[in-house]
Each structure stands twice: as C-alpha cells, then as structure tokens.
Design a protein around this ligand. Structure first.
Ligand code: SF4
Length: 691
C-alpha cells in the first residue's frame, strides 16, 4: 500500500501526518513536518475515524415531498438533487433577482474550493451574496493588521520563532487546548529562560506553564493594552528610534493613552497595577518579545480596536519585524488563513484584493474572462446575511459549504428561524450536521484524505492536502458540485473540477495582490515542505518573515491607530448578572460536526461543561456536577456545572462545540470587521437539576 503524506483535517496548525490505506482501516502516523515535528493531538490521532464513520453521508438527500421540510430526507440521485437545486435557483432569481441566491463558505475549505466558491457566486450566480464563517473568527485581527501593517498574515513569522522569544504575551489564546503540538515551541522557549504572560479570565491549561497570569474582566482587553502602553511611555521603555523611522501616527496614540493610568486600568480590568508594570518591563527589557492575540481578544464588538491596541503596543516597543519578536494572531480554522484570501468574503476578490477596487476588479475579471462590470458589488457580511434570510431583499436560496451555522453562528435561535424561512437550503457536508437537518437538499462531499488541494496554515505556509484514498462511489468533491451546477446554469466553461487547474488559475488571479501565490506550485510545495506567501515568482524564495525591511503600506511604514475602550455591547445587570465567555475544549473542534462523532473524543469529554467559580455556585445553590440553566436575552442552554477556582467569580465559561451555547451569544457586530461579539454577553444562572 502506498503511504501518503498529508495534513490533519482540523485546526490551522495543519500538522503533517502519513496515511497508509491498510485493510480494513487507514493507518495514520505522525509526520516530522516543520510545524508539528512529529506531534499530533487527540483530534489528529483519531481523524481517520471520519473516513469510514457509520454516519457518513454516502448519497444525496432530498425531502420526501420536495419543498416541504416537514417531510423526512430521503436518498436521491445526483441528477434529482441537482435538478431541484437548479430549479430553485432559477425560480428565485427570476422572481427576486440575482442576489436572492447566495452562498456561505467555510475556513475549512481548501484554497481551491474557497476560490471556486467566490467565483461561482460572482460568475455563475452573478450574485453579491457570499460570505463565510471566518467572519466569525478571524476578521477583527485581519482588519487591524491590514489597516496598520498593510497585510494580514496571522503569524508573520514561522511558528518556530516563538521558541526564540524571551517574553511572550498571549492574549485570549489557549494553544495548550486548541493546538497542543504548538506547545513544544512555548516549552522550548521557557526551557531557555523565556517568561510567558497569559491574559485570560480563566486559568487555562496554557496558564499552567506561564510566569504571569492576568485575569481581566472579559471585554476590557483594550483598556489593558492601552494601560500597558501608558506605563511603557511613562517609564521610557518605548523604542523612539523605531517609532520615528518605521511608523506613523504615534502622537495620537500617545495622547489617547494618557487616560489609561495604572490605577484606573486596574479598576477597569481587575488586573493589579504591579502585574501591569511587571508585564511591561518584561516586554521591553528581557530580550525579543512577542505579542500573540487570539479569539479571546478579538471576538468582541470592539475586536478590531482591541487587536489594534496590542499592535500599537508591539509597534511602540519596536518589536514588529525584529527576530523572534513581533505581533501575530493565532488563526483557528484549518484553512482560516487561505480561506480569507481567495474571494469567498463578501467584500473581497482573490489575492486578498478589495471588490470595490477598480484595478482589482479589472485584474480578476481578466483572469476569469468576464467584463469587470459583470462583477457584483460587495455584499453583506456573514451574520448580516443570515439575519436577513427569507426577508424582502434578503437571500431566499442559500448554498452552505463546510459550515454548521445552526450551531456556530451567534444567536442561533434567530439563525435557525431564518434558515427555516428560506425558500430553499442546500448543504454540502460529510455528515448530517444540525444545518443539514434543516436543508431541502444535502449533498455528500469528499473529505480531507479523499481530495487534492492546498491549505494555508497559521504561518502563511501554503501546503498540499493529498489524496490517500478515493471517496465513496456516490460522493463528489465540492469542486465537482460547483462545476456541475455552473454548467447547468450555462456558465460551465468558466469552471473546472481539477484542483491543480484551479490552483493554476488562483495563482494568476492572486498575482500582484497582497496574498500573492504567483510563484507557488504543487511541485514547489512538495519539494520545499510548503511555501510562504507572498511569493510573486517561481524564482522567489517565498517570505517566511514579513516586515524585516518595511511594511506594504502606502508610506512603507506601519501605522498606529488611536483606539479607545468601549464597553461591550451588552453589560451584566440585575436580570443577567454574569458575563458569559465561550471557547474551546481540547477534545473538540469548531461546531463539533466531526469531532462529536469520534468515540475516543466523546469518551474523554462526553458533554459540555459550564465552568463557574465555587463562590458563584454557592450563591445560587449549585454544586459541582449539577445541571444549570444559563439564560441570556436571546435564549437558554442547559449544561453541567464544573467548579473551578481559576475563573473569575463574575464570569461563566462555556464551550461552543455543542448546540445550545450560541443560543445565548450576542450578534452585536464590530463596526470595522463585522465580527460578532461571541466573547461577552450577559447571562443568569440557575440550578436546573441536581447532578
Ligand atoms: Fe490537528 Fe490541530 Fe491537533 Fe495538529 S493541533 S493534530 S492540526 S487538530
């Protein structure tokens, strides 16, 4: 049997693994790929369970009575399923116009599929309605990085550089649970004397090895960053030469931080002044320092400005572009980085180009062989599109790829209502997800080990997903589905289902853009263990480290932006007195469509747990292990309580991998990135049932 080197289907670390298709089961071995160096987490080790899982979708499904979602789903032929989809698209566009049909993509799609989906919506559907679930996880940090540094690449350096930082500030990041093999770099850094500071309202597994743990009230991370910068300025710890030579806009930021004196920041955040001062001294004086943010800092109604505040701090300390130093954001989804580069975003074209930029429109239209005027204008962001489904002017026929929005979107009661209000819902997935259960047509798709393509990991390293075995006989790839649908819509000549051909076109479409893949080929990826973008030509080595010589901004300098603390969109009150913050468990991934079906993972963690402080529990007559009901203004969820004295007594933590928790979360959007405020909403808690 032939061994195939490929990558884990889950998170953005994209650990390397070898698959050997032995009978009766595919054998999996960790690979010494540069990011994981032989490490895998429990999710990766059990990923082959997905391939022959008994719940696997093996044939298209349609409703017993087409159009009547009260009827059960039944098996159908591809021809029947496609015919229903095409009829629904034609009917809707005839009656309500092109934008009445839209698509919702995902950060797990390969680069080829993300590219093809954006093109399918613009060229085959001629619609503006496309966005994806990365809007829910990366858009705030991406927006801040784009406006400040001129480019958004999660880590602008290889992850191995983390081991060389002498001080590491992790804000709202829990890599020990989210991507355990990455901890080898943190462990190596600490073994060499580095000091790590974790900012998190919970004492997470990542905190266990940290030198300092700062526990701010959720929603005050921006104030914390401005307070750190205030101290750095007052103690003459900023890098004035760097600020003068490599940045613009510092004076306005300097003026803004006057209001963030340590005593006030201590009152706002709950973090003692002495710890604020120690953090600044470590960042400024202990050697190369790195600041990494993740969703805990970013999923807020002020998430862009919060990410910006940490960027401001990194720039003022002269960290960005220096060896083993800088600012980065830890991408979560498997292709969260590539997924946001190739055009499945409402406002974007391939190459990380803007859809409202005439030059970008002309370039991409030229590659696609259409007139630039045929390209629609930017559409609505993910939650805004979902919120208007089935309403006048909203999308009425929706195609969902690689996303389980009935679980992962905020305010899911509302989102499920809107999905039910659609005239027609099509879902492509490998399992009958909660979103697929609401669909008119479900299309069974090939999965990771059955398909070819590329992914771009959290470092901006473009890697190959290689096919180790064929998909089941009646299962198709998403590229095959999109190509077939485009053909039936009369636009088949613009599409191909060959991933390599799609990638070659993607290279041309991205050429000259921010995320320039022009010099990257499948052959180079094979030969070089991945290639870092930007890589504008075949003789270019790729760019593992950004900003060493300057910034791709209009001035060539990084831009400070003045940012101010704003209260979260929803604050605790008498009725809902606590802050709910959501996050990850080590055993689960995203909405759990895949990992909730893996036995070893569910045995290790059978159900979600609401983490609360014992004092909070006692106040409400709740004991460890009881079932509790959490309520917010939007819904309720019942979870088992887990006591922890490592969480703030005013805060409740719940994982988002199971249905229910996002019924509580607040869809208030960040004004810049349109990202929802997953990380703060006001809740009440009450005993539901004794454990
Ligand atoms: Fe897969 Fe991420 Fe675990 Fe690596 S860390 S094995 S990529 S889930």
């Amino acid at each position: 049997m032939t061994a195939t080197e490929t990558h884990c289907p889950y998170c953005a670390l994209q650990c390397g693994m070898t698959l050997i298709p032995e009978i009766p089961r595919v054998k999996l071995e960790p690979l010494g790929f540069p990011v994981n160096r032989g490490g895998l987490c429990a999710k990766g080790f059990t990923a082959t369970d997905l391939l022959d899982h008994k719940d696997r979708l093996l044939t298209p499904l349609v409703r017993e009575v087409p159009g009547d979602r009260r009827c059960p789903l039944r098996e159908a032929t591809w021809h029947e399923a496609f015919t229903l989809v095409i009829e629904a698209i034609r009917r809707s566009q005839q009656d309500y116009g092109p934008d009445s049909v839209g698509a919702f993509g995902g950060g797990g799609l390969t680069n080829e599929k993300a590219y093809a989906l954006g093109k399918f919506v613009r060229v085959a559907l001629r619609s503006a309605a496309v966005d994806y679930n990365g809007r829910f996880c990366m858009s705030s940090a991406a927006t801040a990085a784009n406006r400040s540094l001129g480019v958004d690449r999660g880590l602008p350096f290889p992850i191995a550089d983390v081991a060389g930082a002498k001080t590491l500030l992790l804000v709202g990041a829990n890599p020990a649970d989210a991507m355990p093999p990455s901890m080898q770099y943190l462990d190596a850094g600490r073994a060499a004397g580095a000091k790590h500071i974790v900012v998190d309202p919970r004492r997470t597994s990542t905190v266990a090895g940290a030198y300092l743990h700062l526990q701010p009230l959720p929603g005050t991370d921006l104030a914390l960053a401005n307070g750190l910068l205030h101290i750095a300025i007052r103690e003459n710890l900023i890098d004035e030469v760097y600020i003068r030579e490599r940045t613009t806009g510092f004076d306005a930021v300097h003026a803004a931080t006057n209001a963030y004196w340590p005593e006030r920041v201590e009152r706002m955040t709950g973090v003692p002044e002495v710890r604020l001062r120690e953090t600044v001294r470590l960042l400024a004086t202990a050697g190369p320092a790195m600041i990494l943010t993740a969703r805990g800092a970013e999923q807020h109604s002020n998430g862009t400005d919060t990410a910006q505040a940490y960027l401001n701090l990194a720039l003022a300390l002269g960290l960005v572009g220096r060896p083993f130093a800088g600012y980065g954001t830890i991408t979560g989804q498997g292709n969260g980085q590539g997924g946001r580069e190739h055009g499945q975003k409402a406002d974007q074209l391939p190459g990380y180009r803007r859809l409202d930029d005439p030059a970008a429109r002309a370039h991409v239209a030229g590659v696609w062989g259409i007139d630039p005027d045929e390209l629609p204008r930017p559409g609505l962001s993910a939650y805004e599109m979902l919120d208007r489904l089935g309403t006048p002017g909203g999308v009425r026929v929706l195609l969902v790829l690689a996303s389980n929005i009935a679980v992962s979107a905020p305010n899911t009661n509302r989102v499920r209502d809107r999905l039910r209000a659609l005239d027609f819902l099509v879902v492509s997935d490998i399992f009958r997800s909660e979103t697929a259960e609401l669909a008119d047509v479900v299309l069974p798709t090939a999965q990771w080990a059955e398909e070819e393509g590329t992914m771009t990991n959290l470092e901006g390293r473009v890697i190959r997903r290689r096919r180790a075995l064929p998909p089941p006989p009646d299962v198709r790839t998403d590229l095959q589905m999109l190509t077939e649908l485009a053909g039936r819509l009369g636009r088949g000549e613009y599409f191909t289902d060959d991933p390599r051909a799609v990638f070659e076109e993607l290279r041309r479409a991205s050429a000259g853009g921010i995320a320039d893949y022009a010099g990257i080929s499948y052959e180079r990826i094979d030969a070089e263990q991945g290639v870092f973008w930007p890589c504008p030509s075949e003789d270019h080595p790729g760019t593992p480290r950004l900003f060493t010589d300057g910034f791709p901004t209009s001035t060539g300098k990084a831009m400070f932006h003045r940012v101010e603390h704003r209260d979260p969109a929803e604050l605790p009150d008498r009725e809902f007195p606590y802050v709910l913050t959501t996050g990850r468990n080590m055993q689960q991934y995203q909405s759990g469509t895949q990992t909730r079906r893996v036995k070893a993972l569910t045995v290790a963690l059978p159900e979600p747990r609401a983490e609360i402080h014992p004092d909070l529990g006692r106040r409400h007559g709740i004991a460890d292990g009881d079932l509790v009901e959490l309520r917010s203004r939007r819904g309720a969820a019942v979870l088992r309580a887990r006591f922890s004295d490592g969480i703030r007594p005013d805060t409740v933590f719940a994982p988002f991998h199971w249905p229910g928790v996002n019924a509580l979360t607040n869809p208030a959007l960040d004004p810049h990135s349109r990202m929802p405020a997953f990380k703060v909403c006001a809740v009440s808690i009450a005993l539901f049932e004794r454990g």
